[in-house]
Write a protein that binds this ligand. Structure first.
Ligand code: ADP
Ligand code: ASP
Ligand code: MG
Length: 811
């Protein structure tokens, strides 16, 4: 025989009832069918009782809804010829229930006993209905054979009595027996009791064990036991097989799919559990058994968590080496009916920490302060403190046994995401590592573990993109085009979780459709400010997150420090931060290192050219940068390449601006500021402490042209054309060209115009190209040359993209 348990959703609708009917009727052996209350009814019963106890008739509408729900189920799920007989059983029950609610509202008292009675109606009603839905079924009342006794103020199953009674009641098995789950009765008083929320699973396990069933089937609303709670992790997937130990560890820590006490009885009798989906019966489900042959492959089978955690710590130098302290702690807690689900004590013994549910915390502290009042008075115990608002996470897998490095990887990935582990415990069985973190980091922790480490098929990077001008737009286009390929070939998933321009911002932790993100931003975005962007990102507290700055805004650059402090990596084409004050540049780099995240800005110099990476690689491998000579202004290079007898300087500047090579205000390029920023960044990356004010400037347009407004500049600059033309012609007559060169020479920094002849590597430099010469200890006689497109949205976006991929650390 088999025991089949159907949960609340499985008996919650007419459609699911018909599925239950089919599943049960197609069994060829005798079955016991254990059912929960119709989905949501237990909650409704409790809620109605809470309204009733307030007094008055406010509860009536709630009660009416409960009545309607059951009546509708009878009318729609039960064959018409059986309805009258069934209603003759159900109506009196509903009548009784109504009277109890009325009594509660009149007396304004709701004892535990009354509430236990009230909730029992859920299963009593549902089991009657199911027994008339399934053909040939006999109905049993679990209160007659599931017996409880009191222990530390709680009802626990009295197995001796229960096993005896179950065997007696089912001495002869009908083909189908329908039994209400959850409910029981007190062995001594006969009062109705229950096995705790979710307890129908336990009823089924008790019956399966007492009767030696061949299998226990738990029919629910998911395809099986999943790697994590699917409501929190959308990439969670069904685990085909679990050992009893793994299932027990996962359930105990909050995997709601099975009520924790369920596992032990069947484990003890070696009866396998099959988890199946009532809504998708053909899915294979999850088999939980003693068979270990499947235990191979992934070290971690699943993750589960309890977000209701309070840590209590007893500390004191006087505890060191004293025998019996822990025994007193746990004895006193047990006597107070408090369950402890995690314990941690360092070998120094000067504190013991344990986790309880928040509801038990105050009582726990009170009884322990009482227990240890003498030790507290003399200072042997210095404190008993409770820390609330925490969550406990467990990672589980039998394969962790004897596999070094799991805990290391776990804590490393948590640390990199800024999740602080407050306490941890790993039993010597090595099948479970549990740790406690702040409650508001729970979602992030579960995702980060599930994703970057054990279970998911791919690694996710969560991107926030600020700035959707030319570079940002091209970046999004490139990501959109490459996304699928990265997923297929590198198992890297790029997810856009936030996007902003100077006016609007849009966030969605599930991901924004990249192809249409700019329209979405326009349509659905809310007003943006740098402060808001920062707050949203920090509040989202999302794992593996990267802030991508494609703006030129100092206010956005000012966010990097806080973001890095919150373990958000930063990729910037914006050069303001890296070229700002040396101390803040250092602080950003140090924070990134300390937090184990990345601050990357390869595109700050030479767009997509690999300059900063190259400098870093040289230095890291022991080389020393002696000198850098660089033409790093695509704009100025373009201007010097087009200026001629026919094209005066002012016109060349205008052309650069119109072609999109220069900044919107070309003076930023002409006054050398852009080159100075780039030089400062290069010098710093080469290991020199340099500020913008250290850079010597030899400009080619007098400072006076830069003082007024942009309009003043456009008006005045043609006046300078003739002077410049004289100079240009002299240079040309000497067979040379003009280049605006940035130089770092043993720490000294300088920008200015230089004449170069045809033998110089800077002579042939077309369009807006950049060139960088690196003279190092190793590349002394023949400097290293890096040359190519140094401006343009497409190559800059590609450089930003490469930095993003660099964070994922894939090749
Ligand atoms: P039932 O009413 O059938 O007893 P429950 O709601 O008690 O169903 O349990 C099933 C639910 O448990 C699923 O719908 C799912 O949301 C949740 N759940 C939490 N953790 C897990 C997990 N690891 N695997 C599967 N489901 C889980
Ligand atoms: N109906 C009870 C509850 O909701 C028992 C169960 O469904 O297992 O907790
Ligand atoms: Mg359940």
């Amino acid at each position: 025989m088999k025991v089949l348990k159907f949960g609340g959703t499985s008996v919650g609708s007419v459609e699911s009832m018909s599925s239950v009917k089919q599943i049960v009727e197609s069994c060829h052996e005798p079955v016991i069918v254990v059912v929960s209350a119709l989905g949501g009814i237990t909650d409704r019963l409790i809620e109605t009782a809470r309204v009733a106890v307030e007094g008055g008739d406010g509860y009536e509408s709630h009660f009416r809804a409960i009545v309607e729900r059951h009546k509708a189920m009878v009318a729609n799920a039960v064959a018409p010829q059986k309805q009258t007989e069934l209603l003759a059983l159900i109506d009196p029950l509903l009548g009784e229930l109504g009277n109890i609610f009325k009594g509660v509202s009149l007396i304004k008292d709701l004892s535990t006993k009354t509430l236990d009675t009230i909730v029992s109606y859920g299963e009593r009603l549902s089991s009657l209905i199911v027994s008339r839905v399934v053909d040939g079924a006999a109905h049993y009342d679990a209160r007659f054979f599931i017996k409880t006794r009191r222990q530390y103020g709680k009802h626990i199953v009295d197995f001796e009595e229960t096993n005896k009674l179950v065997k007696r009641y089912f001495a002869e098995l009908p083909r189908v027996a329908v039994v209400p789950g959850f409910i029981a009765s007190d062995r001594v008083t006969g009062d109705v009791t229950n096995l705790g929320r979710g307890g129908s699973d336990y009823t089924a396990s008790i019956l399966a064990t007492a009767l030696g069933a061949s299998q226990l089937e738990i029919w629910t609303d998911v395809d099986g036991f999943m790697t994590a709670d699917p409501r929190v992790i959308n990439t969670a997937y069904v685990i085909e097989r679990l050992s009893f130990t793994e299932a027990m560890e996962l359930c105990n820590f909050g995997a709601k799919v099975i009520y924790p006490p369920t596992i032990y009885p069947v484990f003890h009798k070696n009866i396998p559990i099959l988890i199946k989906n009532t809504f998708n019966p053909s899915a294979p489900g999850t088999l939980i058994s003693a068979d270990h042959s499947h235990i191979e492959g992934k070290a971690i089978k699943g993750i589960s968590s309890i977000n209701d955690t309070c840590l209590i710590t007893l500390s004191g130098m006087g505890m060191v080496g004293v025998i019996g302290i822990n025994s007193r702690i746990f004895k006193r807690l047990a006597e107070s009916g408090i369950s402890v689900f995690l314990v941690s004590q360092a070998s120094s013994e000067n504190n013991t920490t344990f986790a309880v549910r928040n509801a038990d915390a105050d009582l726990a502290v009170r009884v322990l302060r009482d227990e240890f009042k003498e030790e507290i008075a003399v200072g042997e115990i210095s404190g008993i403190e409770a820390e609330k608002e925490l969550a406990t996470v467990a990672i589980v897998g039998e394969n962790m046994k004897h596999t070094p490095g799991i805990a290391g990887r776990l804590f490393n990935v948590l640390g990199r995401n800024g999740i602080n582990v407050i306490a941890c415990a790993q039993g010597a069985s090595e099948t479970n590592i549990s740790f406690v973190i702040a409650r508001n980091s729970l979602r992030k922790a579960l995702n980060v573990i599930h994703d970057s480490f054990f279970l998911s098929e791919s690694q996710v990077l969560n991107l926030f993109v600020a700035g959707v001008g030319t570079v940002g737009r091209d970046l999004l286009k490139q990501i959109c085009k490459q996304q699928q390929r990265l997923l297929e070939t590198k198992a890297l998933q790029l997810r856009l979780v936030g996007i902003a321009n100077s006016r609007k911002c849009l966030f969605d932790r599930e991901g924004i459709d990249i192809e249409h993100c700019i329209e979405l931003l326009d349509r659905e975005g809310t007003p943006a400010s740098p402060q808001k962007i920062k707050e949203e990102i920090i509040a989202m507290n999302i794992f593996n997150s990267v802030f991508v700055d494609c703006t030129a805004s100092p206010d956005i650059a000012a966010l990097y420090q806080s973001l890095l402090d919150h373990n958000v990596s930063v990729v910037a084409s914006n050069k303001i931060a890296a070229s700002g004050s040396y101390d803040s540049y250092r602080a950003l780099k140090q924070t990134a290192r300390k937090r184990d995240v990345k601050y990357l800005f390869e595109t700050n110099v030479g767009a997509g050219l690999p300059i900063i990476n190259t400098i870093n690689n040289l230095i890291n491998s022991g080389d020393k940068i002696l000198k850098i000579e660089a033409v790093v202004s695509g704009t100025l290079n373009y201007i010097f390449n087009v200026v001629s007898a026919e094209v005066p300087l002012s016109q060349a500047v205008r052309m650069a601006q119109e072609a999109g090579y220069s900044e919107p205000d070309p003076r930023v390029d002409l006054c050398g500021q852009d080159v100075i920023r780039k030089l400062v960044i290069l010098a710093r990356e080469a290991g020199y402490r340099v500020e913008q004010s250290d850079v010597k400037k030899n400009l080619f347009i007098p400072e006076s042209y830069f003082t007024g407004t942009l309009d003043d500049f456009w008006r005045a600059i043609p006046d300078y054309d003739a002077t410049f033309e004289v100079y240009r012609r002299q240079v040309a007559d000497r067979g040379r060209v003009l280049r605006f060169v940035a130089t770092l020479d043993h720490g000294a920094v300088e920008v200015g115009l230089r004449e170069v002849d045809s033998a110089h590597p800077f002579y042939h430099l077309e369009g807006s190209n950049n060139v960088i010469l690196l003279t190092t200890e190793r590349y002394r006689e023949y400097p290293m040359v890096i040359k190519g497109y140094g401006a343009g949205a497409e190559v800059t976006a590609a450089g930003v993209f490469a930095d993003i991929i660099g964070i994922a650390n894939i090749r």
